[in-house]
Design a protein around this ligand. Structure first.
Ligand SMILES: Nc1ncnc2c1ncn2[C@@H]1O[C@H](COP(=O)(O)OP(=O)(O)O)[C@@H](O)[C@H]1O
Ligand SMILES: [Mg+2]
Length: 400
């Protein structure tokens, strides 16, 4: 009896200790989960808050005239003939004759802006942004160049029997920079020639981007698939769905920082444009491997342009990059980095030195030029599957 009494006391207190520890751990996990839930909901709310299109009011929208209304009716009547071009987060993209029709399905990605003078109060930011920067093909022209004009915008019942916003723009047969790279690769040209041929077009694109920034906005989604090819000498800034004013709360949000975007959204757009261009040149070239091999040395004009811009990227403007691009012209001979006095930020890529073989270099360059922005983790912690994406848009106030 005495013996069993002596043993049972430490066993019971050990059990208690275990329960207490489990309880403390449970409370800690609960607290941590609540904290993550709160901070990621705040970050998503910032991302999906409206873009202030200050000068865009009801008076500046154009109502379809007879010609536009007829065009719209013809589009809707021929829905069965629309060819599917792709599907994104917000909806689908179709081609019909010389037009591209983009649909926005409610419930997928929140419509961030308030629509003036329509019964359904919210509309996708891309509609007013495209009207503002691209203008209308029929009624009102825009003072900006380098954006797609709007052929029509309307709400109509889709094939899935629900009312969806439609945005119609003229079809650019060249597609986007990714499509152009696939075509260019068939020409079997070295990257130096590709760069020399397309650099003036890239510099014109930077001019368009500079105008967007001067108007007070950032594109926020510059990547190869959002740079459209108008012709051999002109590229268009497409997909304005993420357009936000420079002071938008998203640019200082956790989501923005976690995606390693630059705090100045204009410089961020500029660096993303440069990365997209470099990726386009590399993917168009017959000697992509030579560019991969040279990239981290920074001896050629293109890689030198990239590294010198990276070294001073925090407030790099589109005009500054344009000026740099002109001085680092592709026809200049290869030069030593030591002569230019530019220090490569090689420290951050030292781990890459272990990848000495072909694919290693390829993926290392891909990594340096990547423009991906994710929010999967944020959505997971913010429990958007259960509670939806937090929405802060209040309509009927901004546009009375
Ligand atoms: N007017 C257009 N002309 C040619 N291709 C277009 C046009 N609009 C969109 N596209 C093509 O459709 C793709 C998706 O369009 P985008 O506006 O970027 O929508 P998403 O929001 O799905 O990214 C683009 O990458 C581009 O290839
Ligand atoms: Mg896109």
């Amino acid at each position: 009896m005495g013996r069993s009494f002596r043993v049972s006391i430490p066993q019971r207190s050990f059990c208690h200790l275990r329960y207490r520890l489990a309880l403390v751990l449970f409370i800690f996990v609960l607290f941590k989960q609540y904290h993550l839930f709160f901070i990621y909901r705040k970050a998503l709310a910032a991302k999906y808050s409206p873009t202030e299109l200050l000068q865009f009011t009801k008076e500046q929208t154009w109502m379809p005239d007879e010609e536009s209304a007829h065009f719209q009716d013809r589009l809707v009547a021929n829905r069965a003939a629309w060819r599917n071009l792709g599907e994104g987060r917000e909806g689908k993209t179709f081609v019909y004759q010389d037009s591209v029709i983009k649909t926005f399905t409610p419930g997928r990605s929140p419509f961030r802006n308030c629509a003036p003078g329509v019964t359904d109060k919210v509309w996708p930011t891309e509609v007013p942004a495209s009207l503002y920067f691209g203008g209308s093909e029929h009624n009102a022209t825009s003072s900006f160049h380098g954006f797609l004009p709007v052929q029509a915008y309307f709400m109509a019942v889709s094939s899935a029997s629900q009312a969806e916003w439609h945005l119609v723009t003229p079809l650019l047969k060249g597609g986007n920079l990714k499509d152009l790279a696939i075509e260019a690769r068939k020409q079997k040209q070295p990257y130096r020639d590709i760069d020399a041929h397309h650099r003036p077009t890239f510099e014109r694109l930077l001019h368009t981007l500079g105008n967007l920034h001067e108007a007070g906005y950032c594109h926020d989604d510059i990547k190869s698939s959002n740079i459209f090819v108008a012709d051999d000498a002109h590229w268009i800034l497409g997909d304005l769905g993420n357009l936000r004013q420079v002071s938008h709360p998203y640019h200082s949000s956790l989501l923005w920082r976690e995606n390693k975007q630059l705090s100045d959204c204009r410089a961020n757009d500029v660096m993303r444009a440069l990365k997209s261009y470099m990726r386009f040149v590399r993917d168009s070239a017959i000697d992509a491997d030579a560019l991969n091999a040279e990239f981290f040395d920074g001896r050629e004009p293109l890689s030198r342009l990239f590294w010198s811009s990276t070294a001073n990227c925090s407030h790099l403007s589109a005009a500054e990059l344009r000026a740099k691009s002109i001085t680092e012209h592709p026809h200049l001979h290869a030069n030593s980095m030591v002569k230019t006095g530019i220090l490569l930020p090689a420290q951050s890529y030292t781990w890459l030195s272990i990848f000495s073989r072909r694919w290693g270099r390829h993926y290392a360059v891909n990594h340096a030029l990547q423009t991906r922005m994710g929010e999967k983790l944020a959505r997971w912690w913010a429990l958007t599957g259960l509670f939806g994406v937090p929405i802060t848009t209040v309509c009927g106030v901004r546009y009375p």
